[in-house]
Design a protein around this ligand. Structure first.
Ligand SMILES: [Mn+2]
Length: 360
């Protein structure tokens, strides 16, 4: 399938979803959703799909790159001082418009409504996300490249982590490795915490030095060809206590239970249960306060939501992280995270890094 055909197919799917929801035009504000249909993700590009036409509206700064990337599938229109974005929208004219209420600013909505005073408005939040939830081969291949890079990064970190290194230095080392080896950017701000600070699930790297007896939790990811990776490993410096060993093994077993049992047809909340049951039975339920996993793709957090609040069923082609954790306040925490693809017979874990308790 050539590159252009991918976008033709995606737009076709979006159009039938528009029809189902009874909207004639779809105004896309979310960068990832724009990129999904255009292949050109940028914060200053505007996409309007109507029943017949695909419009891409931008200004002088992007016009050449956008034309190269998106014509003829998109009608590319340039705005300038005499032809504003809202003038363009007015000229196109749409009777019923879907907007992404969850991301569109109130000020943009007001401008849109002023340009199209006789149109009706509907919330189209989630319309594209529902299509994005199933990944095609091209998307999975990009994610695999991003995941392979994070795997290599973890191996690298095992050679550089040492007592006396600060958390900030650890995070910088992760970021330097990822960016030096092909990452477009990071998926999210890198987490590298040590000692008692590992009980903060999303702690920010500080000037604290890693010390013998510390756990070090590294949660990091990068973007390759637009797609994110996400992984977490907890390792120890010097030595560990019996309690640290025990907690690590409980998290490890909880994570393994999900990897072994998850497959298409299982509910999102049910998937979370595989891990939560083990942690609760071990008596640490209250110390596992987040969901077991989430989808990853163009965004670092997207559907499915594998948590007690998850409302949906796993289907073939979804991606999901598997990341249970136990966090003992003021003592330490452990999280282990892999990223997998859902199939009808199970899940394929794409993260290859070691999960034995590593003591450096
Ligand atoms: Mn994650």
């Amino acid at each position: 399938m050539d590159n252009n055909q991918i976008y033709v197919n995606r737009i076709q799917r979006v159009r039938s979803a528009m029809k189902e929801r009874g909207i004639e035009g779809l105004w896309l504000s979310k960068r990832e959703n724009q990129g999904y249909v255009t292949g050109f993700p940028s914060s200053d590009v505007f996409v309007l799909l109507t029943e017949q036409e695909n419009y891409l509206i931008t200004d002088f700064r992007y016009i050449e790159a956008v034309k190269d990337a998106c014509e003829p599938l998109f009608t590319v229109i340039m705005t300038d001082t005499g032809n504003s974005l809202w003038d363009v929208v007015k000229k196109i004219g749409v009777k019923s418009m879907g907007v992404e209420e969850s991301v569109l600013t109130v000020s943009d909505l007001k401008q849109l409504q002023a340009a199209l005073p006789h149109s009706t408005w509907k919330d189209a939040s989630g319309l594209i996300e529902e299509i994005r939830i199933i990944k095609d081969e091209t998307e999975l291949a990009a994610m695999e490249r991003a995941i392979a890079l994070t795997d290599r990064c973890f191996s690298h970190m095992l050679t550089v982590l040492h007592s006396g290194m600060t958390e900030k230095q650890g995070a910088l080392e992760i970021e330097m490795f990822l960016k030096s080896n092909g990452a477009q950017r990071l998926s999210f701000p890198t987490i590298c915490v040590s000692g008692a600070r590992t009980s903060l699930p999303h702690g920010e790297p500080s000037d604290k030095e890693m010390e013998p007896g510390d756990f070090v939790t590294m949660d990091f990811g990068c973007v390759v060809d637009g797609y994110c990776s996400d992984m977490t490993r907890t390792v120890a410096i010097g030595h560990v206590s019996e309690e640290q060993k025990e907690i690590y093994q409980i998290v490890r077993r909880a994570q393994e239970a999900v990897l072994q049992n998850l497959k298409a047809g299982i509910g999102w909340a049910e998937g979370d249960r595989f891990a939560r049951d083990i942690i609760e039975e071990a008596g640490y339920g209250p110390y596992f306060g987040h969901g077991t996993g989430h989808g990853v793709g163009l965004e670092i957090h997207e559907a499915p939501t594998m948590s007690p609040r998850g409302r949906g069923t796993f289907r073939e082609g979804m991606t999901v992280t598997v990341e249970p954790g136990i966090y003992l306040p003021k003592k330490f925490g452990v999280r282990i995270e892999d990223l997998a693809i859902v199939t009808s017979s199970g899940i394929i874990n794409k993260v290859k890094s070691n999960k034995e308790l590593i003591i450096l």
